[in-house]
Design a binder for this molecule. Sequence first.
Ligand code: PLP
Length: 345
Amino acid sequence: MKSLEALVRPNIWSLAPYSSARNEYAGHTAHVFLDANENPYNKPYNRYPDPLQTDLKAAISKVKGVSPEKIFLGNGSDEAIDLCYRVFCEPKVDNAVAIEPTYGMYKVCADINDVEYRPVLMDEHFQITHDKLLDACDDHTKLIWICSPNNPSGNNINRDEVVSVLKSFQGIVVVDEAYSDFSREKTFREELDVYPNIIVLNTFSKAWGCAGIRLGMAFASKEIIDLFNKVKYPYNVNSLTQEHALEALKDPQEVREWIRLLLLERGRMMKAFIDLPICVKVYPTDANFFLAKMTDAQAVYDYLVQKGIIVRNRTRVKLCKDCLRITIGTRGENAELIGALRQYR
Ligand SMILES: *Cc1c(COP(=O)(O)O)cnc(C)c1O
């Protein structure tokens, strides 16, 4: 890996971050807060939230096995994705490489930040080799995006290839493990100390069932996390979110039970799809969704919409012609989808 200073945008490296009232007193115990121009009434929402989410990170640290100084929390993973560009990529100069097809936000954030985005097409099994990714890189490539399990294909990216990228690439490798709770593959979150250039993304939106509270996680070296904390909005995770996440973290057993149920349903659903005459193929998956190739995805999608059932039509995505992406729901929801598809024409 190049030095962090060589990878970070010069203005960010030299940035003096905003210092909030709550930053400045930290470390002392106090009971009268007349420092932040808050209203003393309307407790507890009158107070600004903890800018570094200390209690929440302590709880996440226990569940995820990562020490708090290696954790960044943001307004969804989307904030962490955007911060990767804002911290590392000089607009109009630097570029980012990514597998294709993959999660759409990597490209949207590149476009917003005026950073060149270089998609590298996978093979028909949605796999990629490290040399294909590295061939797309040049001196101005700061980031490589690898989503595993990948969205929309659902499969894990071959671990040996990811390891080779981590070892050979001189910039930052972002491994988005939003769906890793549904997979048996070893996570890269456990390997933070092996690869100084890795950023691993996790989220509360999928297995944890908390998409509404908007809470995303990034795990990386303390040095990288410090840069994220320097650039983020001071109070980027609100009090209600911090409170709810702390509550959710008290019961990881419930999350494990949801995962067990969803994996059971996933197996049933994939089998039911294979038996449908209008289904050509289902792709292997390690996530809470699967990709199904249909005889006519658009027609089936439109038919389902009429029935009030919404799936994701991916037919215009590369390598996904005539594919629908099916999220696993409750047993009842899944039965409704299968029932409707069995009645199709
Ligand atoms: C759903 C998803 C996320 C989660 O994004 P949030 O902003 O945390 O809700 C992240 N990455 C991928 C690949 C996803 O599919």
